[in-house]
Design a protein around this ligand. Structure first.
Ligand code: KMT
Ligand code: NI
Length: 179
């Protein structure tokens, strides 16, 4: 099960949990209303046949998919890529990740008060970050994740680093989440 919490403000290693003291968890219902993030838990033993992923792909129009594996050995330019992933940014389309193995953290901004919410993802978690949400990604201290990436049409992975407040994707995101 995915779990989420408001982050502390320490500059320590990004791979640590960064829980507040005392912890301030965010439940899934609040995560949806605060950020517009969508979440499903899929069965890793049956997702290829059970139709759950197929239905999500069909409903949301995902036509492209590939696999990304992040580890010092598997990802070319690992250090550089991790820096890019961890710079606060947005995209003009959804960022869709289905974790096949390993784990990591997606940090997203709460749209109302701009605080960081850290979402821990593990094998079986399917996360959809809406277009226009400010976010970043890091591995945790286990240093490994493998995930499927989906996209509607030809993929565009371009990150727009913050500030990108004037972009239509950003304005539309805020309108839909704050409505
Ligand atoms: C991204 O865009 O941040 C990534 O693809 C890295 C995370 S994938 C589990
Ligand atoms: Ni991104």
């Amino acid at each position: 099960m995915v779990s989420a919490w408001y982050m502390d403000d320490s500059d320590e290693d990004q791979r640590l949990d960064h829980q507040k003291n005392p912890p301030q968890p965010v439940d899934m219902k609040d995560l949806v209303t605060l950020t517009g993030v969508l979440y499903w838990k899929l069965n890793l033993d049956s997702y290829e046949e059970d139709g759950v992923l197929d239905k999500i792909k069909k409903d949301r129009g995902y036509t492209y998919e590939d696999v990304i594996e992040i580890s010092p050995e598997k990802l070319p330019n690992y250090e550089e890529k991790l820096k890019i992933f961890f710079s606060e940014h947005l995209h003009t389309d959804e960022e869709i990740r289905f974790v096949l193995s390993g784990s990591g953290f997606f940090d997203v901004r709460d749209a109302k008060n701009d605080s960081w919410i850290r979402i821990k993802v593990e094998a079986g978690d399917l996360l959809v970050l809406p277009a226009g949400i400010y976010h970043r990604f890091t591995l945790d201290s286990l240093n490994y994740i493998k995930a499927k990436r989906f996209f509607v049409g030809e993929p565009i992975w371009t990150p727009y680093n913050r500030p990108a407040d004037e972009m239509p994707a950003r304005r539309e995101y805020l309108t839909s989440v704050l409505a």
